[in-house]
Design a protein around this ligand. Sequence first.
Ligand SMILES: C[S@@+](CC[C@H](N)C(=O)[O-])C[C@H]1O[C@@H](n2cnc3c(N)ncnc32)[C@H](O)[C@@H]1O
Length: 281
Amino acid sequence: MRQPWAVDYDPTQYLGSARHYLAGRPPYSAELGAVLAAELGLDGTGRLLDVGSGPGVLAVQLAGLFEHVTALEPDPEMLAVAREHAAASGVVAVDFVRATAEDIPRLGLPPMRVATFGQSFHRTDRIAVAEAVFSLLEPGGAMVLVVHDLDASRAPAGPGHPPIPDEEVQALISRHLGPERRSGQRPASWFGSERFEETLARTSFGAATIVHAPGQPDITRDVDGVISGYLSMSYAAPHLFGDRLDAFVAELRRLLESRTATGRFWDWPGDTAAIVARKPG
Ligand SMILES: C[S@@+](CC[C@H](N)C(=O)[O-])C[C@H]1O[C@@H](n2cnc3c(N)ncnc32)[C@H](O)[C@@H]1O
């Protein structure tokens, strides 16, 4: 589904999710930085803008490839976690901007070598935002959209724990929230599913290229970690459950405890895909 109208940022999308994000979401490929450095010729100079940074996942992971990083994020709780994550990771050449991607033309940001969007581009007014990023990039710069890609390769052998029983968890979420997934005040489907490279082809960037970095095959989580993973999703964000949140978490915990003999689950996110769109040099 294509977006039927321009995006107004909805501040309830991730209400209550930020504290669960780093504890529950699978990381991107550990080799993502090396793959992007080779693809884009990154050498530690230039600036990175990480748009929709959430808790600073990409801003922190890629900081060493640039002189300076700007994490841009509209959700204040996410931005607070991003500050903590950067500080705990020793990333100091970083600033944090509370803004939406749509605000980029009005922020007076300096030219960027790279702008990343980690699982965030679909939440923006895509064509307008891509054009704003195109203007902001220095000549030869790149816009990079990062996602997990379960279809890129065959799942590896797991580390001996059961996979997360996602179908059963989705059924439990449906019992609590109804069959249609929401994201903040909208149906989750509102954000659309057009492939990013098709959207980018209609912008000044033109054709994009896709590179992959191998997923981490041995990510495991305990029951609390899996619960955090679901509460970090906009479709199962804590606020959606209202005063039934504790009941949902208790039921989810019972379900998960009954599905693992080891106390842990295997979390396979797939490879990490980077959709790379370049501004001519
Ligand atoms: C799925 S999280 C991704 C977080 C992080 N980039 C990552 O790779 O894990 C999506 C993020 O996009 C942010 N977001 C939503 N709408 C946005 C907009 N219009 N402009 C910028 N960021 C937005 C959300 O607040 C959220 O932190």
